[in-house]
Write a protein that binds this ligand. Structure first.
Ligand code: G
Ligand code: G
Ligand code: MN
Ligand code: NA
Length: 254
C-alpha cells in the first residue's frame, strides 16, 4: 500500500471531491460565500482528510496539479451558482506554500478565471501567514498581480504565525481569518479572547475584513458579534458540504 503512488493516480481516477463550507455575515446572517475544501475519496480506504494527504502532496509537488484542479472545480461551481440566481456568492480557495512559489501562479489563476468565466472579484485566495511572511517582497509582488485580476486575498490561520504589523500594512490583502484555535476557547480563556478581540481591532484599523473560523457555539458567535467581527464559518451553522447539499441549503434559505 503506497499512498504516494495512489496520490499520483488519484486525479486520473477522479477520486478528489471539493466540499464547500458556508461563510456568513455575522450581523445579517446572510450567506456571503464558501470555502472550498478538498477531500480524497480513496478507492480502497474511503475518505482521507487533507490534513493527511496535503503534506504528502506538498512534499512530492503533486499539490501543484491537485491545487489547480481544486481551483478550477471551485471556480466552475461558483460560476454555476452565480448564473443560477445566487449573485454575490464568492468562493475562497486555499493556496499551499508550494503553489504560491510557482513561477506561473498568476498566469495559472488568470487562465482559470478565463476558462471558467468567473469574475476575479468572486474569487478569494487564502494563503497562510507563514507563506506570506517567508519571502515578503516576492509575496507582495505576486499579491499585487493577483489584485490586478480583481482577486481578493485572505490570510489564513491568522495569529498562529509570526506577522509583523508593518509588513501586514504593505500587503494588498482584504481579509484576516482568525484561526480556529483562538475561537475555540474565546470566552473561557482570557488570553484567546484578548487575542481574537485585538485581531479584530487591528484588522479594522488597517481597513481589513475579519472572518472567524471554527465557530461551534452561540457563545463564541456572541463574543465575536459584540466585538464587531464581520463574518464567520464553523460547525455552528454548517461544516463543509458537498456541492449538492450546499445547493439544497441555498434553496431552503431563499
Ligand atoms: O478540510 P479540513 O477539513 O480537514 O482541512 C484540513 C486542512 O487541509 C486545512 O488546513 C485546510 O486548509 C487544508 N486544505 C483543505 N483543502 C485544501 C486545498 O484545496 N488546498 C490546500 N492547499 N489545502 C487545503
Ligand atoms: O486551515 P484551514 O482554515 O483552511 O482549514 C479549515 C479546516 O477547519 C477544515 O479542516 C475544516 O473542515 C475545519 N473546520 C471547519 N469548521 C470547523 C469548526 O467549526 N470546528 C473545527 N474544529 N474545525 C472546523
Ligand atoms: Mn482555509
Ligand atoms: Na485556517
Amino acid at each position: 500500500l503506497n499512498l504516494e503512488n495512489d496520490l499520483r493516480r488519484a486525479l486520473d481516477r477522479g477520486e478528489f471531491v471539493v466540499h464547500y463550507q458556508p461563510q456568513l455575515h455575522i450581523s445579517t446572517g446572510q450567506i456571503i460565500g464558501m470555502e472550498a475544501l478538498v477531500r480524497w475519496n480513496h478507492h480502497r480506504r474511503g475518505l482521507i482528510s487533507p490534513a493527511e494527504f496535503i503534506p504528502l502532496a506538498e512534499e512530492t509537488g503533486l499539490i501543484v496539479q491537485i491545487g489547480e484542479w481544486v481551483l478550477r472545480t471551485a471556480c466552475l461551481q461558483c460560476k454555476k451558482w452565480l448564473d443560477s440566481g445566487y449573485p454575490g456568492l464568492r468562493v475562497a480557495v486555499n493556496l499551499s506554500a508550494r503553489q504560491f512559489q510557482q513561477k506561473n501562479i498568476v498566469e495559472m489563476v488568470e487562465r482559470i478565471l478565463q476558462e471558467t468565466g468567473l469574475p476575479g472579484q468572486m474569487l478569494e485566495l487564502e494563503i497562510t501567514e507563514s507563506v506570506a511572511m517567508r519571502h515578503v517582497e516576492h509575496a507582495i509582488s505576486i499579491l499585487e498581480q493577483l489584485k490586478q485580476l480583481g482577486v481578493q486575498i485572505s490570510i489564513d490561520d491568522f495569529g498562529t504565525g509570526y506577522s509583523s504589523l508593518s509588513y501586514l500594512k504593505k500587503f494588498p490583502i482584504q481579509t484576516l481569518k482568525i484561526d480556529k484555535s483562538f475561537v475555540h476557547d474565546i470566552s473561557d480563556s482570557q488570553d484567546d479572547g484578548a487575542i481574537a478581540a485585538s485581531v479584530i481591532v487591528m484588522a479594522h484599523s488597517l481597513k481589513l475584513n475579519v472572518i472567524a473560523e471554527g465557530v461551534e457555539t452561540e457563545e463564541q458567535l456572541d463574543f465575536l458579534r459584540e466585538r464587531d467581527c464581520d463574518e464567520f464559518q464553523g460547525y455552528l451553522f454548517s461544516g463543509p458540504l458537498t456541492a449538492e447539499k450546499f445547493e439544497e441549503m441555498l434553496k431552503m434559505r431563499k
